[in-house]
Write a protein that binds this ligand. Structure first.
Ligand code: 13P
Ligand code: SF4
Length: 358
Protein backbone atom coordinates (compact mmCIF):
# COMPACT_ATOMS: atom_id res chain seq x y z
CA UNK A 1 0.00 0.00 0.00
CA UNK A 2 2.19 2.90 -1.17
CA UNK A 3 1.17 6.16 0.49
CA UNK A 4 -0.12 8.72 -1.96
CA UNK A 5 2.40 11.51 -2.46
CA UNK A 6 1.01 14.73 -1.03
CA UNK A 7 1.09 17.94 -3.03
CA UNK A 8 4.47 19.62 -3.06
CA UNK A 9 5.64 22.91 -4.47
CA UNK A 10 5.95 25.30 -1.56
CA UNK A 11 7.61 28.49 -2.77
CA UNK A 12 10.89 29.53 -1.09
CA UNK A 13 10.05 32.21 1.48
CA UNK A 14 12.68 34.59 0.17
CA UNK A 15 11.01 34.64 -3.28
CA UNK A 16 7.70 35.45 -1.66
CA UNK A 17 9.11 38.25 0.48
CA UNK A 18 10.98 39.81 -2.45
CA UNK A 19 7.99 39.71 -4.76
CA UNK A 20 5.63 41.16 -2.17
CA UNK A 21 7.96 43.98 -1.18
CA UNK A 22 7.82 45.29 -4.78
CA UNK A 23 4.09 45.92 -4.36
CA UNK A 24 3.33 46.48 -0.68
CA UNK A 25 4.88 48.38 2.20
CA UNK A 26 5.15 45.57 4.70
CA UNK A 27 7.57 47.12 7.16
CA UNK A 28 6.48 46.93 10.84
CA UNK A 29 4.16 49.88 11.40
CA UNK A 30 3.09 50.82 14.96
CA UNK A 31 0.85 53.68 13.71
CA UNK A 32 -1.04 51.40 11.36
CA UNK A 33 -1.21 48.79 14.13
CA UNK A 34 -2.74 51.39 16.49
CA UNK A 35 -5.33 52.35 13.85
CA UNK A 36 -6.43 48.71 13.68
CA UNK A 37 -7.05 48.35 17.42
CA UNK A 38 -10.54 46.90 16.82
CA UNK A 39 -8.92 43.82 15.26
CA UNK A 40 -6.04 43.67 17.75
CA UNK A 41 -8.50 43.70 20.69
CA UNK A 42 -9.51 40.14 19.77
CA UNK A 43 -5.98 38.81 20.31
CA UNK A 44 -4.15 41.22 22.59
CA UNK A 45 -3.74 38.65 25.39
CA UNK A 46 -1.75 36.34 23.10
CA UNK A 47 -0.09 38.61 20.51
CA UNK A 48 2.39 41.23 21.78
CA UNK A 49 2.15 44.88 20.57
CA UNK A 50 5.51 44.42 18.85
CA UNK A 51 4.23 41.40 16.92
CA UNK A 52 1.01 43.20 16.05
CA UNK A 53 3.06 46.03 14.49
CA UNK A 54 4.64 43.36 12.27
CA UNK A 55 1.33 41.67 11.36
CA UNK A 56 -0.81 44.80 10.83
CA UNK A 57 0.55 45.75 7.35
CA UNK A 58 -0.13 42.18 6.13
CA UNK A 59 -3.61 42.09 7.66
CA UNK A 60 -4.49 45.41 6.01
CA UNK A 61 -3.08 44.40 2.61
CA UNK A 62 -4.93 41.04 2.70
CA UNK A 63 -8.25 42.56 3.77
CA UNK A 64 -8.00 45.20 1.01
CA UNK A 65 -7.12 42.58 -1.59
CA UNK A 66 -10.01 40.34 -0.48
CA UNK A 67 -12.44 43.11 -1.39
CA UNK A 68 -10.73 43.68 -4.74
CA UNK A 69 -10.83 39.98 -5.64
CA UNK A 70 -14.25 39.22 -4.09
CA UNK A 71 -12.49 36.63 -1.95
CA UNK A 72 -13.27 35.05 1.40
CA UNK A 73 -10.87 33.44 3.84
CA UNK A 74 -12.08 30.19 5.40
CA UNK A 75 -9.91 29.46 8.43
CA UNK A 76 -9.70 26.30 10.46
CA UNK A 77 -9.69 26.62 14.26
CA UNK A 78 -5.99 25.64 14.29
CA UNK A 79 -4.85 28.77 12.50
CA UNK A 80 -2.68 31.20 14.47
CA UNK A 81 -4.49 34.18 16.11
CA UNK A 82 -3.35 36.78 13.55
CA UNK A 83 -4.97 34.67 10.80
CA UNK A 84 -7.95 33.47 12.85
CA UNK A 85 -8.87 36.96 14.14
CA UNK A 86 -7.11 39.18 11.60
CA UNK A 87 -8.21 38.00 8.17
CA UNK A 88 -10.74 35.15 8.39
CA UNK A 89 -14.31 35.66 7.20
CA UNK A 90 -15.43 32.29 8.50
CA UNK A 91 -13.69 30.09 11.03
CA UNK A 92 -14.70 26.68 12.29
CA UNK A 93 -14.14 22.95 12.39
CA UNK A 94 -13.96 20.75 9.29
CA UNK A 95 -17.73 20.27 9.04
CA UNK A 96 -18.51 23.98 9.42
CA UNK A 97 -15.91 24.91 6.81
CA UNK A 98 -17.27 22.31 4.37
CA UNK A 99 -20.83 23.60 4.81
CA UNK A 100 -19.63 27.17 4.43
CA UNK A 101 -17.88 26.33 1.16
CA UNK A 102 -21.30 25.45 -0.29
CA UNK A 103 -22.77 28.80 0.78
CA UNK A 104 -20.20 31.59 0.48
CA UNK A 105 -20.99 34.26 -2.04
CA UNK A 106 -17.51 34.93 -3.47
CA UNK A 107 -15.41 34.26 -6.54
CA UNK A 108 -12.38 33.14 -4.59
CA UNK A 109 -11.91 31.03 -1.45
CA UNK A 110 -8.58 31.22 0.36
CA UNK A 111 -8.34 28.08 2.47
CA UNK A 112 -6.38 28.68 5.64
CA UNK A 113 -6.02 25.10 6.74
CA UNK A 114 -4.57 21.99 5.15
CA UNK A 115 -4.78 20.65 1.62
CA UNK A 116 -7.68 18.21 2.12
CA UNK A 117 -9.81 21.12 3.36
CA UNK A 118 -9.07 23.10 0.19
CA UNK A 119 -9.91 20.05 -1.93
CA UNK A 120 -13.20 19.70 -0.06
CA UNK A 121 -14.04 23.34 -0.80
CA UNK A 122 -13.20 22.86 -4.48
CA UNK A 123 -15.28 19.66 -4.65
CA UNK A 124 -18.27 21.49 -3.16
CA UNK A 125 -17.79 24.74 -5.08
CA UNK A 126 -16.19 23.76 -8.41
CA UNK A 127 -17.04 27.11 -9.98
CA UNK A 128 -14.99 29.02 -7.41
CA UNK A 129 -11.25 29.56 -7.45
CA UNK A 130 -9.80 27.90 -4.35
CA UNK A 131 -6.35 29.07 -3.28
CA UNK A 132 -3.99 27.24 -0.93
CA UNK A 133 -1.38 29.50 0.71
CA UNK A 134 1.01 26.54 0.85
CA UNK A 135 0.39 23.51 -1.36
CA UNK A 136 2.61 21.34 0.86
CA UNK A 137 0.35 21.69 3.92
CA UNK A 138 -0.73 18.04 4.11
CA UNK A 139 -2.01 15.87 6.96
CA UNK A 140 -0.64 12.60 8.37
CA UNK A 141 -4.12 11.07 8.18
CA UNK A 142 -4.70 12.06 4.56
CA UNK A 143 -1.25 10.69 3.68
CA UNK A 144 -1.91 7.33 5.32
CA UNK A 145 -4.43 5.93 2.83
CA UNK A 146 -5.09 5.78 -0.91
CA UNK A 147 -8.17 4.73 -2.90
CA UNK A 148 -6.51 1.27 -3.22
CA UNK A 149 -6.45 1.08 0.57
CA UNK A 150 -10.21 1.65 0.60
CA UNK A 151 -10.65 -1.17 -1.91
CA UNK A 152 -8.46 -3.46 0.28
CA UNK A 153 -10.82 -2.81 3.18
CA UNK A 154 -13.88 -3.48 1.02
CA UNK A 155 -12.35 -6.81 -0.08
CA UNK A 156 -11.68 -7.73 3.55
CA UNK A 157 -15.17 -6.81 4.77
CA UNK A 158 -17.52 -7.43 1.80
CA UNK A 159 -20.73 -5.42 1.91
CA UNK A 160 -19.63 -3.12 4.72
CA UNK A 161 -20.03 0.59 3.94
CA UNK A 162 -16.96 2.82 4.03
CA UNK A 163 -17.17 5.93 6.19
CA UNK A 164 -14.11 8.08 5.52
CA UNK A 165 -13.00 10.96 7.69
CA UNK A 166 -12.83 14.23 5.74
CA UNK A 167 -9.09 14.17 6.49
CA UNK A 168 -8.56 12.26 3.23
CA UNK A 169 -7.71 13.04 -0.39
CA UNK A 170 -10.45 13.54 -3.00
CA UNK A 171 -9.63 10.07 -4.44
CA UNK A 172 -10.26 8.40 -1.08
CA UNK A 173 -13.51 10.34 -0.62
CA UNK A 174 -14.53 9.25 -4.14
CA UNK A 175 -13.87 5.60 -3.24
CA UNK A 176 -15.94 5.87 -0.02
CA UNK A 177 -19.70 5.71 0.60
CA UNK A 178 -19.92 8.71 2.89
CA UNK A 179 -17.64 11.06 4.80
CA UNK A 180 -17.68 12.03 8.46
CA UNK A 181 -15.95 14.60 10.65
CA UNK A 182 -15.11 14.50 14.33
CA UNK A 183 -18.39 16.29 15.06
CA UNK A 184 -20.71 13.74 13.44
CA UNK A 185 -18.76 10.45 13.25
CA UNK A 186 -20.85 8.46 15.79
CA UNK A 187 -24.16 9.53 14.23
CA UNK A 188 -22.98 8.83 10.67
CA UNK A 189 -21.71 5.36 11.60
CA UNK A 190 -24.93 4.59 13.48
CA UNK A 191 -27.00 5.68 10.47
CA UNK A 192 -25.40 3.02 8.23
CA UNK A 193 -27.64 0.02 7.53
CA UNK A 194 -25.00 -2.66 7.84
CA UNK A 195 -23.93 -4.10 11.23
CA UNK A 196 -20.27 -3.72 10.30
CA UNK A 197 -18.91 -0.35 9.23
CA UNK A 198 -15.46 0.37 7.81
CA UNK A 199 -13.89 3.62 9.05
CA UNK A 200 -10.84 5.18 7.40
CA UNK A 201 -8.22 6.40 8.02
CA UNK A 202 -8.03 7.28 11.75
CA UNK A 203 -7.74 4.24 14.01
CA UNK A 204 -8.25 6.30 17.19
CA UNK A 205 -11.32 8.13 15.93
CA UNK A 206 -12.68 4.71 14.92
CA UNK A 207 -11.99 3.20 18.35
CA UNK A 208 -13.57 6.20 20.07
CA UNK A 209 -16.61 5.95 17.79
CA UNK A 210 -16.85 2.18 18.48
CA UNK A 211 -17.10 2.97 22.21
CA UNK A 212 -20.31 4.93 21.55
CA UNK A 213 -21.81 3.05 18.61
CA UNK A 214 -24.05 0.02 18.20
CA UNK A 215 -22.03 -1.03 15.14
CA UNK A 216 -19.01 -3.24 14.76
CA UNK A 217 -16.39 -0.76 13.57
CA UNK A 218 -13.39 -1.99 11.59
CA UNK A 219 -10.73 0.48 10.63
CA UNK A 220 -7.62 1.58 8.77
CA UNK A 221 -4.59 2.14 10.98
CA UNK A 222 -3.75 5.78 10.28
CA UNK A 223 -3.22 8.36 13.02
CA UNK A 224 -2.81 12.08 13.61
CA UNK A 225 0.78 12.89 14.50
CA UNK A 226 -0.39 15.72 16.76
CA UNK A 227 -3.04 13.97 18.84
CA UNK A 228 -1.34 10.59 19.18
CA UNK A 229 1.46 12.26 21.18
CA UNK A 230 -0.72 12.82 24.22
CA UNK A 231 -0.72 10.04 26.80
CA UNK A 232 -3.21 9.16 29.53
CA UNK A 233 -0.32 9.06 32.05
CA UNK A 234 0.55 12.69 31.28
CA UNK A 235 -3.05 13.72 31.84
CA UNK A 236 -3.32 11.74 35.10
CA UNK A 237 -0.11 13.37 36.35
CA UNK A 238 -1.44 16.83 35.46
CA UNK A 239 -4.76 16.19 37.17
CA UNK A 240 -2.94 15.07 40.29
CA UNK A 241 -0.93 18.30 40.23
CA UNK A 242 -4.04 20.40 39.60
CA UNK A 243 -7.32 18.60 40.47
CA UNK A 244 -9.37 21.65 39.46
CA UNK A 245 -8.40 21.45 35.78
CA UNK A 246 -10.95 20.40 33.14
CA UNK A 247 -9.38 18.26 30.46
CA UNK A 248 -10.96 18.50 27.01
CA UNK A 249 -9.75 16.19 24.26
CA UNK A 250 -10.18 15.84 20.50
CA UNK A 251 -11.41 12.38 19.37
CA UNK A 252 -8.24 11.86 17.29
CA UNK A 253 -6.55 11.15 20.67
CA UNK A 254 -6.23 7.56 21.87
CA UNK A 255 -9.22 6.05 23.72
CA UNK A 256 -7.10 6.02 26.92
CA UNK A 257 -6.65 9.81 26.62
CA UNK A 258 -10.33 10.29 25.83
CA UNK A 259 -11.21 8.22 28.94
CA UNK A 260 -9.16 10.66 31.06
CA UNK A 261 -10.96 13.71 29.69
CA UNK A 262 -13.99 15.60 31.00
CA UNK A 263 -15.28 16.28 27.48
CA UNK A 264 -14.42 15.11 23.97
CA UNK A 265 -15.46 16.89 20.79
CA UNK A 266 -14.51 18.43 17.46
CA UNK A 267 -12.48 21.63 17.53
CA UNK A 268 -15.69 23.72 17.47
CA UNK A 269 -17.30 21.35 19.99
CA UNK A 270 -14.35 22.02 22.30
CA UNK A 271 -14.69 25.80 21.88
CA UNK A 272 -18.42 25.61 22.59
CA UNK A 273 -17.90 23.46 25.70
CA UNK A 274 -15.39 25.92 27.14
CA UNK A 275 -17.74 28.85 26.37
CA UNK A 276 -20.73 27.10 27.92
CA UNK A 277 -18.93 25.79 31.01
CA UNK A 278 -16.32 28.49 31.62
CA UNK A 279 -14.08 26.28 33.78
CA UNK A 280 -11.59 28.11 35.98
CA UNK A 281 -8.79 26.05 34.46
CA UNK A 282 -8.83 24.16 31.19
CA UNK A 283 -6.40 22.02 29.27
CA UNK A 284 -7.22 21.53 25.59
CA UNK A 285 -5.77 18.24 24.39
CA UNK A 286 -5.44 19.31 20.79
CA UNK A 287 -3.42 21.74 18.67
CA UNK A 288 -1.72 24.76 20.28
CA UNK A 289 -3.58 27.58 18.57
CA UNK A 290 -7.00 26.52 19.87
CA UNK A 291 -6.42 27.94 23.35
CA UNK A 292 -4.72 31.06 21.95
CA UNK A 293 -7.67 31.81 19.68
CA UNK A 294 -10.22 31.85 22.50
CA UNK A 295 -8.05 33.35 25.25
CA UNK A 296 -9.34 36.90 24.69
CA UNK A 297 -13.01 35.90 24.63
CA UNK A 298 -12.61 33.93 27.85
CA UNK A 299 -10.32 35.91 30.16
CA UNK A 300 -11.82 34.09 33.16
CA UNK A 301 -10.44 30.73 31.96
CA UNK A 302 -6.85 29.88 32.78
CA UNK A 303 -5.52 27.65 29.97
CA UNK A 304 -2.80 25.13 30.73
CA UNK A 305 -1.09 24.62 27.38
CA UNK A 306 0.54 21.26 26.85
CA UNK A 307 0.65 22.39 23.23
CA UNK A 308 1.43 20.02 20.40
CA UNK A 309 1.77 21.89 17.14
CA UNK A 310 0.53 20.63 13.77
CA UNK A 311 3.49 21.18 11.43
CA UNK A 312 1.14 21.18 8.43
CA UNK A 313 -1.34 23.76 9.74
CA UNK A 314 1.59 25.93 10.79
CA UNK A 315 2.80 26.20 7.18
CA UNK A 316 0.07 28.78 6.64
CA UNK A 317 1.18 32.36 7.30
CA UNK A 318 -0.06 35.88 6.56
CA UNK A 319 2.77 36.29 4.09
CA UNK A 320 1.73 33.22 2.08
CA UNK A 321 -1.93 34.27 2.14
CA UNK A 322 -1.03 37.69 0.75
CA UNK A 323 1.18 36.07 -1.87
CA UNK A 324 -1.49 33.74 -3.26
CA UNK A 325 -4.14 36.47 -3.25
CA UNK A 326 -1.74 38.79 -5.07
CA UNK A 327 -0.53 36.29 -7.68
CA UNK A 328 -3.59 33.98 -7.77
CA UNK A 329 -1.09 31.09 -7.75
CA UNK A 330 -1.70 27.76 -5.95
CA UNK A 331 -5.18 27.16 -7.38
CA UNK A 332 -6.52 23.83 -6.17
CA UNK A 333 -7.85 21.57 -8.93
CA UNK A 334 -9.61 18.23 -8.59
CA UNK A 335 -10.14 15.88 -11.54
CA UNK A 336 -13.79 16.24 -12.63
CA UNK A 337 -14.68 12.50 -12.37
CA UNK A 338 -13.04 12.19 -8.96
CA UNK A 339 -14.70 15.40 -7.80
CA UNK A 340 -18.14 14.19 -8.84
CA UNK A 341 -17.83 10.96 -6.84
CA UNK A 342 -16.15 12.68 -3.88
CA UNK A 343 -18.94 15.30 -3.84
CA UNK A 344 -21.49 12.54 -3.33
CA UNK A 345 -19.66 11.30 -0.21
CA UNK A 346 -19.29 14.79 1.25
CA UNK A 347 -22.82 15.87 0.33
CA UNK A 348 -24.30 12.70 1.87
CA UNK A 349 -22.52 13.60 5.10
CA UNK A 350 -23.76 17.20 5.02
CA UNK A 351 -27.34 16.15 4.24
CA UNK A 352 -27.37 13.48 6.94
CA UNK A 353 -25.84 15.86 9.50
CA UNK A 354 -28.48 18.47 8.73
CA UNK A 355 -31.26 15.86 8.89
CA UNK A 356 -29.97 14.74 12.30
CA UNK A 357 -29.80 18.36 13.47
CA UNK A 358 -26.03 18.28 14.04
P1 13P B 1 -12.11 19.20 13.38
O1 13P B 1 -13.05 18.72 12.36
O2 13P B 1 -12.50 18.80 14.78
O3 13P B 1 -11.89 20.66 13.25
O4 13P B 1 -10.70 18.46 13.17
C1 13P B 1 -9.88 18.66 12.07
C2 13P B 1 -8.51 18.25 12.32
O5 13P B 1 -7.69 18.15 11.45
C3 13P B 1 -8.17 17.93 13.69
O6 13P B 1 -6.91 17.46 13.78
FE1 SF4 C 1 -3.89 16.24 10.17
FE2 SF4 C 1 -3.51 16.01 12.78
FE3 SF4 C 1 -2.66 18.17 11.56
FE4 SF4 C 1 -5.29 17.76 11.88
S1 SF4 C 1 -3.78 18.11 13.47
S2 SF4 C 1 -4.27 18.42 10.03
S3 SF4 C 1 -5.38 15.55 11.66
S4 SF4 C 1 -1.91 16.08 11.22
Amino acid sequence: MPPKPQPTGAKPLLDITTKLSDHYDLAPNPDLAASMADIYDRMDRVVSPADWAIYAPYVKAINDLKRERNAVVLAHNYMTPEIFHGISDVSGDSLQLAIEATKVDADVIVQCGVHFMAETSKILSPEKTVLMPDMSAGCSLAESITAEGVEEMRAKYPGAPVVSYVNTTAEVKAASDICCTSSNAVQIVDAMESDTVIMTPDQYLALNVANHSKKKVVFWEGSCIVHELYTADDLKAYREYDPEVKIIAHPECTPAVVAESDFTGSTSGIIKWVHDNKPKKAMLITECSMASNIADELPEVDFAKPCNMCPYMKKISLEKVLYVLHTMENQVEVDADVAEKARLSVQRMIDLSQKLGL
